[in-house]
Design a protein around this ligand. Structure first.
Ligand SMILES: *Cc1c(COP(=O)(O)O)cnc(C)c1O
Length: 370
């Protein structure tokens, strides 16, 4: 059967491996698996969310409130913006899709960093848009500027901090870049890891309110999947001028968020103490990975997210490390599919990190050198 030819050019998103795989393939007990491949919160979610999910279950026979009034109200309150500045997606992933579909047709241009969140490219290609990437792996503002002038893309993606590498543009650099764009260009600021970045370094903090006050052509994306610990609930949001929200809303399927997810997110956003304590613990544990890399002469990329990337150069193979760890019950992320010989490790709890660092030490002993 023939399918849209746009699909020929798409490489499937390689999702982080699930716990069930290790249970099935290696007979490891689920509770013994250390899952540090998808940048989830190793502390789970706020204890208050549990009650919301349990009481929400009683409502499961009803469709959810499609206006999502309460969650929007809570998000509006948190960021000091209005409900008509907000769209809710099944993960911020879905909002990325809305942005692409609202602006792109075949051959429309979309600009992004060479190594960044893979879904930008996948959604762009689904509609036949042309993806323009910087030549440097990291976000390079000069390159973004010159490629912008050369190609006049309809959509620009800035991932701050960047997944999977971890680097993060300063807020000033981001604002400066946006100020160079036309009002017709939609600039997507992906803040999936902003909770970590702004806690580590105030120069990286992007305040959605200030962003929306200064620029009409931006959308800020946030998610409940990372610092809030609700990856399984599939819920995220986009914040922008009402005109943009109105356009994107035409693409939103009704009831795109399940009733339990809405309740869980609403409860999670109220417990900022939980989020902040997870963020602090993760940033503290990250220092151990940095020290380990230095001691073992492994190159690492300083990270503003909840993960760290080790670049293995010619010394080791990322596939070998990942496969070896998998058999020991540890899931991390191989960045081979991004075209680099590197691994990305989500920062876990101290007990998990003890085990991972111990295993990595064993692996990086000379017998595994290439
Ligand atoms: C995880 C992630 C997202 C979205 O995750 P959802 O679970 O779909 O909300 C978006 N952007 C980046 C960079 C991410 O790492």
């Amino acid at each position: 059967m023939n399918f849209n030819q746009e699909l020929d050019d798409i490489v499937n998103y390689e999702a982080g491996k699930p716990v069930e795989l290790l249970v099935r393939e290696f007979g490891i007990k689920p509770e013994d698996v250390i899952k540090l491949g998808s940048n989830e919160n190793p502390f789970g979610y706020s204890p208050k969310v549990n009650d919301a999910i349990i009481s929400g279950a009683k409502k499961a026979s009803f469709y959810p409130d499609d206006s999502m009034f309460e969650l929007k109200d809570a998000i509006a309150h948190k960021y000091n913006i209005k409900s008509n500045n907000i769209i809710i997606g099944a993960g911020s992933d879905q909002v990325i899709e809305f942005c692409i579909r609202a602006k792109c047709r075949p051959n429309t241009k979309v600009l992004m960093a060479k190594v960044t969140f893979a879904m930008y490219e996948i959604y762009a290609k689904q509609v036949g848009a042309k993806v323009i990437k910087t030549s440097s792996n990291h976000h390079d503002v000069n390159e973004f500027s010159s490629l912008y002038d050369e190609h006049k893309p309809e959509v620009v993606f800035l991932c701050v901090p960047n997944n999977p590498l971890g680097e993060c543009l300063d807020k000033d650099a981001v604002f400066n870049l946006i100020s160079q764009t036309s009002k017709e260009t939609l600039v997507v600021i992906d803040g999936a890891y902003q909770e970590f970045a702004k806690s580590k370094d105030k120069n990286k903090a992007i305040e959605p309110k200030e962003l929306l006050e200064k620029f009409e052509n931006v959308i800020y994306l946030g998610t409940f999947s990372k610092a809030y610990g609700l990856g399984g609930m599939r819920i995220g949001y986009g914040l922008a001028h009402p005109e943009i929200i109105k356009a994107l809303s035409k693409l939103r399927p009704p009831f795109n968020i399940g009733i339990l997810s809405l309740d869980a997110a609403h409860e999670a956003i109220k417990d900022q103490v939980f989020v902040q304590s997870s963020v602090s613990a993760v940033l503290k544990e990250m220092l151990r990975y940095e020290a380990f890399a230095i001691e073992n002469s492994i190159e690492f990329i300083p990270s503003w997210g909840n993960f760290i990337t080790f670049v293995l150069e010619e010394k080791y193979s990322s596939t070998q490390v990942c496969d070896w760890l998998l058999k020991k019950g540890v899931i991390i992320r191989n960045l081979k599919s991004y075209g680099i010989n590197a691994i990305r490790i989500t920062i876990g709890r101290a007990d998990q990190n003890n085990r991972v660092l111990e295993l990595l030490q064993e692996f990086f002993s000379s017998k595994h050198k290439l």
